[in-house]
Design a protein around this ligand. Structure first.
Ligand SMILES: [Zn+2]
Ligand SMILES: [Zn+2]
Length: 301
């Protein structure tokens, strides 16, 4: 398993292999009965003559690229990855290989990420402005990975931070793995009559527009996602603010990572497969788009 996002985990296997820091997350997905084995990053295992090792992908806690070596040939399957520093997981490591299987979630040249510090400041400025207007700030972020990355960066000195149950569940697992996050209180555990004005509430995007939001009184909404790079994406969801922060590589990141592997064969999957494969072909690489079993990127929806 490259990582514990739902679209990358299939239940029902006899055995699982994952990077050690991601064990708790995978366990939460698969249940107590699943046979999960772990490897430290860089540690190798021999599986029927194939040398298997896992290397940091920088995507979420425990995310790994899978390196396979047999008969003098090396393949690396990236899973999802990003190159930006993230305090909640080990940084991406370029692994030299002959064939690289890359993701392409944001595989169009329009996707270029602003510096993370700029985004964090933007969130804090928005939160402070809402406080001054007596409004709650509801921030939508993917409950696994993105929410924790924001909570690792944001200063809890600005005011109280509350979480939706789906977000808190993963915060607990991150803390158990030793990742420091801002102090959070579950919304469901807040006493009746809680004053939400001035609070930051971190919730999964699926809670937008649901009755769950009624309790907060007057509020402003924001969404943290790579898709917020496109103006229309925010308007379509009727959000007040969009913050461009992704757990996936942007276009320059994809191109840098692919080149850094030194691979001459590249398989492109998960997202904008064809545009990326066509671009790489023009660059002289042997590239092809490969279909995935699960179509569409759910991670950031
Ligand atoms: Zn993912
Ligand atoms: Zn994914």
């Amino acid at each position: 398993m490259t990582h514990a996002h739902a679209d990358h985990v299939s239940a029902g296997s006899r055995a699982y292999l994952t990077a050690r820091p991601g064990e708790g997350l995978l366990r939460a997905r698969l249940g107590p009965e699943a046979a999960i084995e772990t490897l430290a990053y860089g540690e190798a295992l021999n599986l029927d003559g194939v040398r298997v090792s896992l290397h940091p992908a920088g995507h979420i806690l425990g995310s790994a690229q899978v390196r396979l070596e047999a008969g003098g040939e090396v393949w690396v399957v990236s899973g999802d990855y990003k190159l930006e520093p993230d305090p909640t997981c080990a940084p991406f490591e370029a692994v030299t290989c002959h064939t690289f299987v890359t993701e392409a979630t944001f595989g169009l040249p329009i996707y270029r990420w602003p510096p993370e510090a700029e985004v964090t400041t933007g969130i804090e400025t928005w939160w402070t402005a809402n406080q001054q207007a007596g409004k709650a700030s509801i921030l939508f972020a993917h409950s696994l990975g993105k929410a924790q990355r924001v909570l690792a960066r944001i200063g809890s000195g600005c005011g109280p931070i509350y979480t939706h149950g789906a977000v808190e569940k993963f915060c607990r697992l991150y803390r158990e793995a030793g990742i420091a996050l801002a102090h959070t209180t579950p919304v469901d555990g807040a006493p009746a009559g809680t004053d939400w004005s001035g609070a930051l509430i971190v919730a999964p995007p699926s809670s937008n527009g649901t009755p769950w939001m009624r309790r907060f009184g007057e509020f402003s909404t924001g969404f943290v996602s790579g898709w917020m790079r496109i103006r229309g994406a925010r308007r379509r969801r009727s959000l007040d603010r969009g913050f461009v922060l992704s757990d996936h590589a942007d276009w320059p990141g994809l191109m840098f990572a692919i080149a850094a592997t030194g691979a001459s064969h590249v398989w492109v999957t998960h997202g904008y497969r064809t545009p990326v494969a066509d671009w790489l072909k023009r660059e002289g690489l042997d590239a092809q788009a490969v279909e995935t079993r699960f179509e569409g990127e759910l991670d950031e929806e």
